[in-house]
Design a protein around this ligand. Structure first.
Ligand code: ADP
Ligand code: MG
Length: 486
């Protein structure tokens, strides 16, 4: 069933296209040598170019260009060997030059695609229209002084990639899946850290609604949404607003709107500006950007393994379910962690422990995999103790909790707490004696045909052995003892 918003006269389909601004990971800015790192003292990372002093000339940063090309390659996209920088003219207090250097008619990257995965396991390709390079603006600070505003130019000139999708998305869930997948790819590539809270990735959300099979209707663009959850909420409330307008016989005006998460609504900011309002023209300070084919090929050859390829490899190499593989590759650190645990061990068991016990422990302790209290080597050591039957699976969970708490290795905990599995048949038999003697009534019931009590006896024997009995041996011994005529 496809996602729709129901109006009084029937269902409406959603049409969504996303424009994502992704801050390029780079030490220096796009056209100056000033530092591009986040969080410095206001105006401590500003060159004369970033402050637009007269006569200053921009010089393209080759590393930022390479980052854009690598991102394009990671999105299966066409890299344009010739692109161009344009001036996008507008006035704003935090834009000292009066224009932003961007790419308009000739972007560095053309059409590509992203495969998204939905909750029910279905996959869809979403088209990428283009990726272009541009500068970020500075920041106006309105909350520092009661009567004055301040300008911080640290961000001025920092390289951004604008990644534009086709209007292929059809539901809030798809929009969320697209952003998550894009963020994963950017992080694998190391071209953007994807931190939406810090603003290094933000989305403009274009939404329209239509009846099934109709051409597209007018869209509105919701600016600068800074979390995936807000994008999904904004899509939904904006679609409902438009449906109500169409249903009432009105028309939707093309507008730029803002999402207010507190009130759960979008508000009009301005009527939509058109390209010609910006008086785009080629920046006369910059030559066309011409890339060497071999340079692009070398960047391509050096790309890391990307999440889709890794997921497919995990399924075929380790024989784990596709869903588990998708969970493991969502973060590169997690995939790496899993591979270290799985090396030379039962990979399904490794995957279950990472996704199950480890994720639960990280959640509980508020940590990420990068600062996991249990290292991949240590978790591997625990699985080894299960494999060589030093401990059973139940005790392993207890050992793991102790590892999370103390940071000790599995063997040390097993020895200190005396948790070795009991494989001595004599000890198991004597535990069985004790249990059967204590539960003569249950034994009689069992003998008279109540087979289900077998599980009860297993549980009691394990309990008598403080959980340390080897489950297979305990089962065997009980089978023997309870067999008819025994
Ligand atoms: P602009 O640059 O003026 O914002 P674009 O044509 O580049 O306009 O489109 C921007 C975004 O809007 C793209 O992500 C595109 O997929 C999306 N879009 C275009 N038409 C529609 C529509 N009718 N409904 C929803 N999204 C749309
Ligand atoms: Mg736009």
């Amino acid at each position: 069933m496809s996602y729709t918003v129901d109006g009084a006269t029937g269902p409406w389909e959603l049409v969504i296209g996303l424009e994502v601004h992704a801050q390029v990971i780079s030490q220096a800015k796009l056209f100056s040598g000033a530092s591009a790192t986040y969080g410095g003292e206001p105006n401590s990372q500003v060159s004369l170019v970033d402050a637009a002093f007269p006569g200053m000339l921009p010089v393209p940063n080759e590393f930022c260009v390479a980052q854009a090309v690598r991102t394009g390659l990671g999105l299966d996209a066409h890299v344009n060997l010739v692109s161009r920088f344009d001036r996008k003219n507008y006035f704003y207090a935090d834009l000292p030059a009066g224009y932003q250097i961007s790419q308009f008619t000739h972007p560095i990257v053309g059409a590509g695609r992203i495969e998204i995965e939905l909750g029910d396991g279905t996959r869809r390709d979403i088209g990428i229209t283009r990726l272009h390079l541009e500068q970020d603006a500075g920041k106006s600070l309105h909350d520092q002084d009661p009567t004055r505003s301040f300008i911080d130019l640290n961000r001025s000139g920092v390289a951004l990639m604008e990644i534009v999708s086709e209007p292929d998305l059809r539901s809030p869930e798809e929009a969320g899946a697209y952003l998550r997948k894009l963020r994963t790819i950017l992080r694998y590539l190391g071209t953007c850290d994807g931190n939406m809270e810090e603003g290094s990735m933000r989305a403009d959300v274009n939404v329209s609604v239509r009846r099934h099979g109709e051409p597209f209707r007018t869209r509105c663009e919701i600016k600068n949404v800074n979390s995936i959850r807000y994008v999904m909420q904004a899509v939904e409330v904006e679609a409902r607003r438009q449906v109500a307008i169409w249903e009432a016989g009105g028309t939707v005006d093309q507008e730029t709107r803002l999402f207010d998460p507190q009130r759960g609504e979008t508000r009009s900011l301005r009527t939509k500006e058109d390209a010609h309002d910006y008086r785009y023209f080629p920046d006369p300070d910059l030559l066309p950007l011409v890339l060497d084919e071999d340079w692009v090929a070398a960047l391509k050859a050096a790309l890391p393994e990307l999440p889709d390829a890794k997921r497919l490899r995990f399924v075929s190499q380790y024989g784990i379910p596709a869903y588990d593989a998708a969970v493991l590759v969502a973060e590169r650190d997690t995939a790496q962690f899993f591979e270290t645990v799985a090396a030379g061990r039962d990979a399904r068991l490794a995957s279950n422990w990472v996704i199950g016990e480890l994720f639960a422990a990280l959640n509980r302790t508020g940590r990420t995999i990068a600062d996991s209290p249990v290292t991949a080597e240590a978790l591997g050591g625990l699985l080894d103790l299960m494999a060589d039957r030093t401990i059973n699976g139940k005790i392993a969970k207890e050992v793991f909790e102790a590892m999370v708490e103390t940071g000790e290795g599995a063997s040390a905990i097993v020895e200190r707490k005396g948790l070795r599995q009991v494989v001595d048949v004599g000890a198991i038999d004597s535990a069985i004696d004790t249990v059967l003697a204590a539960h003569a009534d249950k034994l009689a019931e069992y003998r008279s045909g109540k087979d289900k009590l077998f599980g009860f006896f297993v549980g009691q024997v394990m309990k008598a052995m403080a959980g340390k009995g080897n489950p297979a041996l305990v089962n065997e011994a009980l089978q023997r003892r309870l067999a008819p005529g025994a």
